[in-house]
Ligand binder design. Structure first.
Ligand SMILES: NC(=O)C1=CN([C@@H]2O[C@H](COP(=O)(O)OP(=O)(O)OC[C@H]3O[C@@H](n4cnc5c(N)ncnc54)[C@H](OP(=O)(O)O)[C@@H]3O)[C@@H](O)[C@H]2O)C=CC1
Ligand SMILES: CC(C)=CCC[C@@H](C)[C@H]1CC[C@H]2C3=C(CC[C@]12C)[C@@]1(C)CCC(=O)C[C@@H]1CC3
Length: 355
């Protein structure tokens, strides 16, 4: 049996480009596309099979923002496969983005212009909404749903004598300043995207602490700035058309403008080819593209700043503890430093924060 790879958010952008690259590299792969929309998933599968007619590509319906969908999908995956070699946690959203043009023009004439272009720091805010589970949508999609998926797929990931990789698509926009210990879901702020990506960097460290001994290795990558549905949603399309020549020019000054999904997927693909035991658990792997268009991967230390290690663990807790919350929804009970989420009386995520 070939290696089994699951990619979330596989139907477009960086996820789809990664799938193309993986199939070009290994024709024996069993590739599973985790997508929320079946029509878009079928179109992606079709595109992959056009370029790789003999490839083994399947689809799993998976909405990572929904606890119910994650649990159902994980059950189906456990039924379909007896191993999972690579779990790419790539699906992500940046809803209702707003660009602070004033900050942009100020930044343009400061010494931090390149930094601003590479990270988007100080430029972007978003308006978040709630999921039907009552969670902040960006947190649920970019972090929590993926965390549940890892926990639910434990039996396939942790197999004696074998190693597996969990790989998060993080971002250069992950900033410590956007993340607050007292508000992990970023309910009270306007940078939920940045917060969720910073939390994923921390969570990956925590997963390594918990799972390395069982052969599971977690890494985070940063794809650079890539033109995808996500980025096209940030500015009106005429503005992107206008500034596109500038973006290609800026590529001469910053290697983080990967621009094409193929380039953005570089670090994801590079990790596929590494022995996980050799990876640095504290590194973030950056997809970079030189001015001449050459792709490479560079590890940089995750900037935890000794601030906090975020540990999430899923466990069943005595129902008495959860009396105060109603059945059916996810409620959050605070007893610092714990945050406990409840779902239909079955699943509880405990987020432990250690300073
Ligand atoms: N583009 C960039 O410059 C950067 C992107 N990233 C990250 O890269 C990742 C991929 O994004 P990118 O390729 O750019 O953007 P796309 O919008 O092209 O891809 C995002 C993918 O995630 C899927 N998705 C979104 N929400 C859910 C959900 N609830 N359940 C399942 N799938 C979902 C989308 O599905 P659907 O088609 O149905 O919407 C889509 O397939 C994201 O995590 C993003 O944060 C990080 C840094 C920079
Ligand atoms: C002329 C003009 C109005 C330019 C605005 C440029 C900005 C919209 C971009 C500059 C840096 C970009 C960036 C991202 C989005 C678009 C910019 C802010 C991301 C935040 C997109 C998602 C990520 O995960 C990281 C990107 C970093 C850089």
């Amino acid at each position: 049996m070939g290696k089994v790879v699951l990619v979330t958010g596989a139907n477009s952008g960086i996820g789809l480009a990664l799938c193309e690259r993986l199939l070009s590299h290994d024709a024996q792969l069993q590739l599973c596309l985790g997508c929320r929309n079946m029509q878009r998933a079928e179109a992606a599968k079709h595109a992959l099979l056009v370029s790789h007619p003999k490839a083994q590509v399947s689809i799993i319906q998976l909405d990572v923002s929904s606890v119910h969908s994650v649990l159902r999908a994980a059950q189906e995956i456990r039924h379909r496969y007896n191993r999972l070699d690579y779990l790419y946690l790539n699906a992500g959203i940046m809803p209702n983005p707003h660009v602070d043009y004033k900050a942009f023009y100020k930044g343009l004439f400061s010494g931090r212009a390149i930094h601003m272009f590479s990270t988007g720091e100080g430029l972007l805010t978003q308006k978040d909404t709630l999921t039907s589970d009552g969670l902040q949508k960006v947190f649920a999609t970019n972090l929590f749903g993926h965390f549940l998926l890892v926990r639910e797929l434990e039996p396939l990931l942790c197999r004696p004598g074998c190693s597996s990789q969990v790989i998060w698509t993080s971002s250069s926009n992950a900033q410590r300043s956007a993340f607050c210990l007292d508000d992990i879901q970023h309910k009270g702020g306007v940078e939920p995207y940045s917060s969720s990506k910073y939390a994923s960097d921390l969570l990956s460290l925590a997963l390594n602490r918990r799972y390395n001994s069982q052969g599971v290795y977690s890494s985070v990558i940063c794809p650079g700035l890539v033109m995808t549905n996500l980025t096209y949603g940030i500015l009106p399309s005429f503005l992107w058309t206008l500034i596109m020549p500038l973006m290609w020019l800026l590529r001469m000054f910053t290697n983080t403008f990967t621009l094409m999904p193929y380039n953005g997927a570089e670090a994801l693909f590079w990790l596929f080819m590494q022995k996980p035991e050799t990876l640095d658990p504290l590194a973030k792997y950056h997809s970079l593209t030189s001015g001449l268009g050459n792709n490479y991967t560079q590890p940089r230390k995750v900037s935890t700043d000794n601030y906090v290690i975020l540990t999430l663990c899923l466990q069943k807790i005595s129902p008495d503890l959860l009396n105060s919350s109603s059945q059916g929804d996810i409620s959050l009970l605070f007893d610092e430093p714990y945050l406990i989420c409840k779902y239909e009386g079955y699943f509880y995520a405990q987020i432990k924060l250690e300073s």
